[in-house]
Structures are given as C-alpha cells and as structure tokens.
Design a protein around this ligand. Structure first.
Ligand code: 0RA
Length: 627
C-alpha cells in the first residue's frame, strides 16, 4: 500500500519534458498512427465521463487550420486548486503525466489503457492547445503551447451548461505529417459509438464540409448487424450482457450463410487484435455449450470442433474491467487471467438458457455447425487420400516462379504479377538477387464464395501458396514464409484493381497474419511518363500530373500514358516499379478491419445491389481505401 502511494506521488510530479524528448514511448510512433492517437486520447477521456454516466454527447471537429477540437457534455475538468501543487486541478491534468487517475475514480478508465497516457501527452505534443471548461455556472479557459501554460486559468463568463472543450494543433516539430484523415478518425469514432451504447458521437470535417453522427441504441448488437449488413443472416442477433465481479461482459453474435468467421474483441474499448483471455473464454464456452446442447437433444453423434461452431459467425466480445493488462507484440492482447473463466461461465449459462428458450434458432446454429464439421471431415479425407505430404510441403517450387538467388526471407521480395507478358518484363527487369517474380494468368478464384477445399483445387491459388511456403488452413505457418515482402503488381486499370482486390481477399481471409505482420504491399506503377527534351518524369497519381506539366512548361511536352504494365520495357519497369530507390509501394494494413471486411463482402459477395452501389460510389479508387 505504502509503495503504491509513493509511486502515485512520483507519477504526479513528473513533467512533460520526457514526452517531447521521446514521443514514441508515449504514443507509439510519430507517423499517422501516433498523430491520430492524439484525438483518441482526448476522446477517451470524454468516453470515461460517459462510462461514469456523466456524458451523453461527444463532438469531434477537424478545423481548416489542421487543429482538432473535442467537446463533451461531461462534468468538466475540475478547476479548484490542487492542495500541494498550488495550481488549478485542470493545470495538473494538462501538465503532469498520469495526473488524471488521481481524481478520476471511474471503475473502467479507458484513458490510461493502451498507450493511455493522459491528455497531458497531447498537450506536450501540440504547438497550441486551448482548454475551455463549463462548470458550476461558469466558463473557464486556459492556453498552452508545447505543454507550457501561456496564461493563468481565467474565468471568462457564465453558463448553464457543463462540459469540456479541448482544441489542439499538433506540433509540426514532432510529427512527420500533421494532416488528419477523416475516414480514419470517423471509423474509430463509429467503433466507439458501437461499443458504448446510446453515446452520441459526431465527427465533422470543416476542410470538406462533411459530418457524420454515430449513435447506436443497440450498441454491439448494432455492430454485429453492421458486420452482417451485406450478408444473409440466419437469425436475430443473440445478445448477452452481464455484470459480474466488477466486470462488464457483453457479447453479440449472429450466424450468416457464408463460411467466414468474423470476430472482434475489445477490452475497455480497445480493439484486442491479438485476442486474449476474454476471447479464449468465449471460444471455449461456445464450443462446449453447443456440444452440450446437441448431445442433450440427440442432434449429432460426433463432436463439433471450435472451428466448426464459428463458421459463418459474426460476433463482438466487449469487456470492461477495472485494471486491464495488455500484452503481446502490439499490446493488444488482454492478459487478465481471471477473465477467461468469467466470460466462459457467463456465456455458458446465458447461451444455454437462450438455446433452451429458442429451439428453432438452436436448430439452425447446430445444423450450420454440423455442415461445417462434415465439410471439414471431407476435406481432411481428400487431403489424406491424394498425398501423404501436402503439396505445399513438397520441395518443388512452381515452374512459373522465377525465384531469387538469395534465400534469406528478410530481404527477399515476391512480386505477384498480373499477366504473362508483364511477368516476362518483370523477370528481365528485376534484380534477381532478391526479387522473385510469379506471373499469374487471368483472375484468381473468387475466394469469398469458396470453401477451402475448392480453393485447393485451383492452380493459381496453389501456385501462390507453394511459392510463399507457408501452407494454408490448419497448416498455415508464418515462420515458413519465404519472402518478407509480397508485392501485388497489376495494371492501373479497372481489371487490375479487380485482380488486386481478389488477391487481397485471399490474403485477408486465409493468411491474415501476413497482412498483420506487414508483409503485404501493393505496387503502384506510374500512370504517365512526361518528357521534355532530356528531362523525363514518371507520374503516379492523376493529381500530380498538372503540377508536373506546369513545371515543364506548356509546349513540347510529350505525355505517354501507360495503360498496362505490358507497355513498359524491362528497364522502365525496373526504374518505375521494382527499384527500391524509386518505386512506390503501399503497405496493406488492417487499420480498419471492419471496413476491409465490408469492402470485400460487397465486392465479392453474392448480393448484387450493394456491390453496384459501392462501385458507383467509389468507382475511381476502389482499392485506394485504407485497408
Ligand atoms: C478529472 C476528474 C473529473 C473529470 C475529469 C477529470 C474530466 C476530464 C476530461 C477530459 C475531457 N473531458 C473531461 N471531462 C472530465 C471528475 C471531477 C468531478 O468530480 O466533478
């Protein structure tokens, strides 16, 4: 106890110099991710107010000067004097690391969670920050710059509302870029609205005059409906909500007629991408509960596996607990051991009650799982019959693969190239020391519509898997990956985008770890070559073209438009697309897995309407979406 007390004291007294010296220690990095983290950090404090029942609305605005404001209708940050420090409490919150925790004894603090470091970190990393507080009938205001107060907290008027408004301008001395992305911000805010039912979150972008309002009475039930929006759900969403041992447990689940599992887990509103004890508890319990039910009702004689019961399942697991421990490489794995048993017991009792009370839904779910079990068994038999060693383990690499000579995966690159002719150019143009080329014929199979069994009978797919070396399905092993950069290279036209999208679907569905570990890239071949006299310039984006034309002057400029990769000779392909010094790659991330899944489903699924709407809306840049 005494030690805790001392630690607290030390934390409160720590200033912000450390934050400006080593920002990445506090916000992860100083790239786009870290930049956006500033907004989330401020919003998390408002969400904490909402979790305590004091706040119902949060409004986030991106202003034209690049600053952002976050307004909430919570209690307002306290303004009374801090006893020992002799400054207003708000100034403590703004200038001392971890100060928030001292006052705010909400049970589930979200701020202070992942990188959770408190508003003071945002203050330290902002060129300017203004805090405005409405509290006790009065309005207060104070300004800061790079963490330093620029004036004393002033009372500037009276009001009958309450809340906090924080406006900050990220520091260009710290961040690589200070331009916020509306889509990134609004995706996270929508997620927060799903996770905190009835909380209204508005996001505005004054640069483009756009606005979105998110408010879900159904909370994660609405989240699951959203996940299944473009699929064919088999029943109404099943929802479990239970408060036990100081932990709030919420689960929403719904099966659809597809084959993919779509599970999202959260702890204190943080997306636990690496899973953890809450997810394990849920999976274990789901398998056991469904097996118990089907045994009891004599619905099958063989056991359903954990995979069987999750085929076609969309689900969201959200827990809120007092002291979350985050582990794993990206600190997104919930480590609290007591949570596994807790979730397990809650799901067991609630779900078995649900099944007893809704036998017709139970029948659908068990039937669906049984089908999955049969398909899996058939696939296993087929595999065992045709080969002792799987195709993927065999040492023969596909004939079409022009492998690189270096065998070190860390420096090896695999280019998956659309079409034999472009493949030919790429083979000649590459650096064969570390660049391998795999040309693919036509379109690869639409994996959204196929089960693994069918996938394995498709030549192009098998070729990719063999070249990668990882195997697939139960046998997938990322340790065996032969190239740490896998680069999709297709024409910059609609067909090319379609092929890229198909390939992304394949990786997303069957080798998601390759994306998660950052091994997948999309190459961006140039759209034009502009030439004047001896100067040449490749142009990769439509928006760049005008500027280059201006620079070159209007007359005597040759404009060559590349319609396909095949139009480039091997040297040009090297120079524009393969050469690490000059090429343009886009790393594929799962920044927004919900959105990625939506896109894949719309583009690949069997519902025609949403696909047409989507393509009409995004026709120009179907794959230019943050995935
Ligand atoms: C400390 C204590 C209290 C509220 C807050 C901080 C608070 C912080 C932020 C940040 C953004 N919005 C906020 N709203 C509240 C509780 C003080 C009390 O008991 O009234």
């Amino acid at each position: 106890m005494e030690d805790d007390y001392r630690a607290d004291k030390i934390q409160v007294l720590q200033g912000l110099d450390a934050v400006r010296k080593r920002p990445s220690m506090y916000i992860g990095d100083v790239g786009l991710r870290g930049l956006h983290h500033l907004i989330y950090e401020v919003v998390d404090n408002s969400v904490d107010e909402a979790l305590g029942g004091f706040c119902t609305k949060i409004q986030v605005t991106i202003h034209t000067d690049g600053s952002v404001s976050v307004i909430d209708d919570g209690r307002g940050i306290p303004v009374d004097m801090h006893e020992s420090l002799g400054i207003p409490a708000v100034q403590v919150v703004m200038t001392k690391l971890h100060a928030g925790g001292k006052f705010n004894n909400n049970t589930y603090k979200v701020s202070g969670g992942l990188h959770g470091v408190g508003i003071s970190v945002v203050n330290a990393l902002s060129e300017k920050l203004k805090v405005q507080i409405a509290r006790d009938g009065k309005l207060f205001e104070q300004d800061y710059s790079r963490g330093e107060p620029q004036n004393e907290l002033k009372e500037i008027g009276s009001t009958d509302s309450r809340g906090t408004k924080i406006t900050f301008l990220p520091d260009t001395e710290i961040f690589e870029s200070t331009e916020f992305h509306f889509d990134t911000v609004s995706a996270r805010l929508r997620e927060l609205a799903f996770l905190n039912k009835s909380l209204e979150i508005t996001v505005k972008d004054e640069r483009t005059d756009s606005e979105k309002v998110y408010m879900y009475e159904g909370g994660i039930r609405s989240f699951v409906e959203h996940l299944n929006k473009n699929k064919n759900p088999l029943h109404d969403v099943i929802y479990i909500e239970k408060y036990k041992d100081n932990v709030m447990i919420e689960i929403a689940m719904q099966y659809n007629d597809g084959f993919n599992e779509n599970t999202y887990s959260f702890a204190n509103n943080i997306n636990t991408i690496e899973g953890g004890t809450h997810l394990t508890g849920f999976k274990t319990s789901l398998t056991r509960t469904l097996n118990n039910y089907s045994d009891k009702n004599k619905m099958n004689d063989s056991k359903l596996s954990s995979e069987d019961v999750r085929e076609g399942l969309s689900s969201v697991i959200s827990v809120k607990l007092p002291e979350p421990k985050f582990e794993g490489q990206t600190k997104t794995k919930l480590g609290n051991t007591e949570i596994k048993g807790l979730v397990d017991s809650v799901v067991s009792s609630e779900l078995s009650t649900f099944l007893e009370e809704n036998p017709q839904v139970a029948k659908i779910i068990i039937g669906k799982s049984l089908q999955a079990a049969k398909a899996r068994e058939a696939a296993r038999k087929a595999r065992d019959l045709t080969r002792r060693k799987t195709v993927f383990e065999s040492s023969t690499l596909p004939g079409k693969l022009a492998d690189c000579s270096n065998k070190d995966p860390a420096i090896s690159e695999l280019f998956v190239v659309e079409g034999d002719s472009a493949g030919g150019s790429a083979k000649q143009g590459r650096n064969r020391e570390f660049q391998a080329i795999l040309p693919l014929k036509g379109k690869i199979l639409n994996v959204e519509k196929s089960r693994l069994t069918k996938l394995l009978s498709n030549d192009e797919i098998v070729t990719i898997i063999t070249a990668l070396g990882t195997g697939i399905g139960d046998e997938f092993n990322i340790q065996k990956l032969r190239y740490h950069k896998i680069v999709l290279l297709a024409d910059a036209d609609v067909d090319g985008q379609h092929i890229t999208c198909l390939a992304l679907t394949f990786f997303y569905r069957y080798m998601v770890d390759i994306i998660k570990e950052g091994h997948l890239y999309i190459a961006q071949p140039p759209l034009y070559k502009l030439k004047r006299g001896n100067s040449e310039r490749y142009v990769y984006f439509e928006s760049e073209k005008e500027a280059v034309l201006k620079e070159f002057g209007s007359d005597g400029v040759g404009v060559q438009r590349y319609k396909g990769l095949g139009e480039m000779n091997p040297d040009q392909l090297w120079e524009t697309t393969l050469n690490p010094e000059s090429r343009m790659f886009r790393k594929v991330t799962i920044e927004d897995a919900v959105k990625a899944d939506e896109i894949f489903t719309i583009l690949m699924g069997d519902q025609v309407e949403p696909r047409r709407d989507f393509i009409t809306e995004y026709a120009k840049d179907v794959i230019n979406i943050d995935i």
